[in-house]
Ligand binder design. Structure first.
Ligand SMILES: Nc1nc2c(ncn2[C@@H]2O[C@H](COP(=O)(O)OP(=O)(O)OP(=O)(O)O)[C@@H](O)[C@H]2O)c(=O)[nH]1
Ligand SMILES: [Mg+2]
Length: 411
């Protein structure tokens, strides 16, 4: 038993060793387990798997996709938000007024601006309060400027209505309401021009009474379209006078367009038929058919033009694609009567109002659009080729109603 302390000592040492070993063993697995956890982290959090949900965001409605590669500055989000708005304003339903076009129109419409419009404006100038007699005074100016009884009454009726409802506070508001009325009447919608030339050839039949400017307008249109790179053919459908054919030939030469003609006194329908066939064979973009001037009251002549139209349809299905009535703005109310009878006889697709440069009245445009509901497509403002303008209601109204200080800005 003398060895007992030694035995106890050995046991104690072994116990301490076992204890130390136990803790050391416990600590080691913890350390080794930590390492794999760290290494496993990249696999655990696969970033690419999360990205699609971020990428979806730009496709949210109303939020256009902004390329993530672009530097994310404070400006970018704003720009991206403004994108749809830009797209919307690029296709406006409201008419856009071109300052350059308006400046040219003002010059061409100088006579009407100095006449009809100057007289109307004088009723408003220097007046803040609404003169109780203003509607009567306006009526007089409008009736003597070829607006026509029906259209004048309709416009004044609407203004009276707004005045009674106290919607117009002062003279400026009455002027603005009149301008709005004019825009409403003139803007008949529909195609602004046949510049698409979907049909090949697009056949345009020009009709109207004597001396209104049919042949000249054909020459102007041929110049314009030829300048646009279109192949133009002309048909001398006025077989009544040799001079009419020569007149068209002069334009044809100037433009470089082939003129299809018949013998003097030939059937105008036969010439139009042949021209349609020839223009088709030649691969022309457009065929302009001139016709003899005819009085809208002469039944036989109106029957003849109907026949010309039918013959063109025989030569080409769907043709003529345009039947344009040319009216002389200087003939005032007579222009309205002509237009009404031609519309009854033929399905008109548009009206060309010529010689607007030669009248101080000019109100006839309102009457034509309001009463006939046939869109004015072009207006003639002089005799030269470049004096034909596509009719844009907003530009026309601005040229007539715009203030003089706008004129200086537009010039
Ligand atoms: N001031 C002005 N004159 C024009 C305009 N358009 C045509 N004219 C002139 O009007 C006259 C008659 O023009 P035409 O083209 O021969 O008329 P038309 O309708 O073909 O005549 P007919 O074939 O006889 O029925 C010519 O002197 C033209 O120069 C215009 O917009 N303004
Ligand atoms: Mg002619």
């Amino acid at each position: 038993m003398d060895n007992l302390p030694i035995v106890l000592g050995v046991i104690a040492v072994v116990a301490v060793l076992v204890y130390l070993l136990f803790f050391r063993k416990k600590a080691l697995p913890e350390e080794s387990a930590a390492a794999p956890t760290t290494r496993a982290k990249p696999a655990e959090a696969p970033k690419p798997a999360k990205e699609p949900s971020v990428a979806k965001e730009p496709s949210k409605p109303g939020k256009p996709a902004v390329p993530e590669a672009l530097p994310s500055t404070d400006v970018l989000p704003d720009e991206s938000v403004s994108l749809p708005a830009t797209v919307e304003t690029a296709a406006p339903s409201a008419p856009v007024v071109s300052k350059k076009d308006v400046a040219g129109l003002r010059k061409g419409l100088a006579a009407t601006r100095g006449g009809f419009m100057a007289r109307l404006k004088a009723l408003f100038t220097g007046k803040k309060e609404i003169d109780p007699a203003i509607l009567e005074q306006m009526e007089e100016v409008m009736l003597t400027s070829d607006v026509g009884v029906k259209t004048t009454q309709a416009i004044l009726e609407r203004l009276r209505d707004q005045l009674e409802k106290k919607e117009l506070a002062d003279a400026d508001a009455v002027w603005a309401a009149l301008r709005a009325e004019a825009t409403r009447i003139l803007d008949l919608g529909g195609p602004r021009s046949n510049r698409d030339f979907k049909a090949k050839p697009t056949v345009v039949l020009m009709v109207g009474v004597n001396g209104v400017g049919k042949t000249t307008t054909i020459g102007k249109l041929a110049t314009k379209w030829n300048g646009d790179g279109k192949k133009v053919v002309l048909a001398a459908g006025d077989t009544f006078r040799a001079a009419a054919v020569q007149q068209l030939e002069v334009w044809g030469k100037r433009v470089g367009a082939e003129v299809v003609k018949g013998k003097e006194g030939a059937d105008p329908g036969a010439v139009a038929f042949e021209a349609t066939k020839k223009a088709t064979e030649a691969g022309a973009d457009v065929l302009l058919v001139d016709t003899a001037g005819r009085l809208h009251t002469k039944v036989n002549l109106m029957d003849e033009i109907k026949k010309v139209k039918r013959t063109i349809t025989k030569a080409m299905e769907g043709a003529p694609h345009e039947t344009l009535l040319v009216v002389d703005a200087t003939t005032g109310q007579n222009a309205l009567t002509q237009a009404a009878l031609f519309k009854e006889a033929l399905e008109l697709t548009g009206i060309i109002l010529t010689k607007l440069d030669g009248t101080a009245k000019g109100g006839v445009v309102l009457g034509v659009c309001d009463e006939l509901k046939v869109p004015v497509r072009y207006i003639g403002l002089g005799e030269r080729a470049e004096d034909l303008r596509e009719f844009v209601a907003a530009d026309f109204v601005e040229a007539l109603f715009g203030r003089d200080d706008d004129e200086a800005a537009a010039a």
